[in-house]
Design a protein around this ligand. Structure first.
Ligand code: NAD
Length: 436
């Protein structure tokens, strides 16, 4: 039998989880402090680009399984489970900013019925669930509720599929009643054979950070190998393919490029490092990731200046603004820093992204200095160089001879190793990839 679920925070994670839990047959209410977002969602309009999300949202709305409100009191009063899925951005000195999360916990704590299960889905350092427990206990003046941690591992771009068919579900619970309710909630997945890991709350909280740190590590690792490849005339794509065939290593997350971006890896790596420092522990390898990645954007500038005498008044077509394909998310996207740097150096920028131009315009303070184009060929017009920053499928089918007709120069900087060198050079372009 379905449960009453309330989700606090209707962003990438909260909305996907809400739609997913509704699809499993629960009655879901999603809330947010962003009233505009709630108004859109109530009409079945998805504020983010995420494959399949709007279709599932509309279906659940039609079936009356999901609703949206900015009124927290109405949202939580009948909830069996309250999920926190609010943002936990990078705060001062790299520490996780828990303001939104603790505010949300504080707001709902006294409004819920007894025996409510409060679950933190936001990524937050070990000990945060305990903080939430203490805050709610104080507000209620009683310990008549349960706490659990249920970190989220979905990937933007494939969020719905990841939520409905995850690699695993991790649950941190220290009360059998909480565990039982979580098992019932995830029963559709457990029955499908999805591994369901029940552990202590601190272990669950740490699994999320360890997971993101590992993924960031693989990217930074292959980027270091890529830089060395350039010095010794090796090809990082072949290195990555060959090492990935070793079953102990595996093929994923070994694509050399311009560094990781997005709303999670950067801040989570830093938050884990600070969590260590707070306990007198130095994460030596994990700490180095931020240093390596923060400088990565410079590789694109170096590749351009290797061939163009000056970037002052050079015309650069930037193709790809999203931090990765299949999303319009530009939070911490390498494109933000690279375009900023190019503008500082006096370059003229024409930019194109299949879907992220609007998000980029909203996030980038100097958008008025950029010409946004409707096609990649339009962006390429009169360009001295094409710079690829996101590995969109659309770019893979570019007709280089068409691009050449409209371009001024012949330089291709392939920041995500989308193309084969020979294919580009055979069209009489100068090719600069990463580590090859
Ligand atoms: P987001 O910024 O897309 O959404 C967060 C939402 O919470 C926003 O709409 C915001 O308005 C709302 N909010 C903030 N304070 C609130 C409050 N007090 N009450 C109600 N709503 C409130 O963030 P996201 O990308 O969905 O990430 C949420 C959490 O999940 C973060 O901790 C993140 O690290 C983690 N996470 C994100 C991803 C991802 O790919 N985006 C994946 C796994 C985990």
């Amino acid at each position: 039998m379905g449960m009453n679920i309330t989700i606090i925070g209707s962003g990438y994670v909260g909305l996907t989880a809400g739609v997913g839990f509704a699809y499993f047959g629960n009655t879901v209410i999603c809330t947010d402090i962003d009233v505009e977002k709630i108004a859109k969602l109530s009409q079945g309009i998805c504020p983010i680009y995420e494959t399949g999300l709007e279709t599932l949202l509309k279906k659940n709305l039609e079936q009356g399984r999901i609703s949206f409100t900015a009124d927290t009191t109405t949202a939580v009063k009948d909830a069996d489970i309250v999920f926190f899925a609010v943002n936990t951005p990078e705060g001062e000195y790299g520490k996780a900013n828990l303001t939104y999360l603790l505010d949300a916990a504080k707001t709902v704590s006294a409004l819920c019925k007894p025996e409510t299960l409060f679950i933190n889905k936001s990524t937050a350092p070990v000990g945060t669930s305990e903080k939430i427990r203490e805050m709610i206990r104080q507000a209620r003046g009683a310990h008549d509720f349960f706490i659990a941690s249920n970190p989220e591992f979905l990937k933007e771009g494939t969020a719905v599929a990841d939520f409905l068919v995850p690699d695993r579900v991790v649950v941190g619970a220290d009360d059998p009643a909480a565990e039982k309710r979580l098992r019932a909630l995830y029963a559709p997945l457990i029955e499908n054979g999805v591994p369901f890991i029940v552990t202590s709350i601190p272990t669950a909280e740490l699994i999320k950070y360890a997971s993101n740190a590992m993924l960031a590590l693989r990217i930074s690792f292959i980027n270091e190998i890529a830089d060395f490849c350039e010095l010794v005339g090796a090809d990082v794509s072949v290195v990555a393919h060959a090492i990935g065939l070793d079953k102990r290593i595996g093929p994923h997350f070994l694509r050399a490029g311009i560094g990781y971006g997005g709303s999670c890896f950067g801040k989570d790596v830093k938050a884990l490092t600070v969590s260590g420092e707070e306990r007198g522990y130095e994460f030596k390898i994990i700490k180095a990731l931020s240093t390596v990645n923060d400088l990565r954007y410079r590789i694109v500038i170096a590749k351009l200046t290797k061939h163009l005498p000056s970037l002052k008044d050079a015309s650069i077509a930037v193709l790809g603004l999203a931090f990765k394909p299949m999303t319009d998310d530009v939070r911490n996207a390498p494109s933000l820093r690279i375009v900023h740097e190019l503008l500082d150096l006096g370059a003229h920028i024409a930019a194109y992204d299949p879907i992220a131009c609007e998000a980029f315009k909203r996030s980038f303070s100097r958008s008025s200095e950029i010409k946004f184009s409707h096609t990649m060929y339009d962006a390429a017009r009169n360009a001295d160089a094409l710079v690829f920053l996101t590995a969109w499928d659309e770019f893979k089918t570019i007709d280089f001879s068409e691009a050449k007709k409209v371009m001024k120069g012949t330089l291709i900087v392939d920041g995500m190793n989308i193309f084969e060198r020979n294919a580009v050079e055979s069209q009489r372009f100068t090719y600069e990839g990463i580590g090859r």
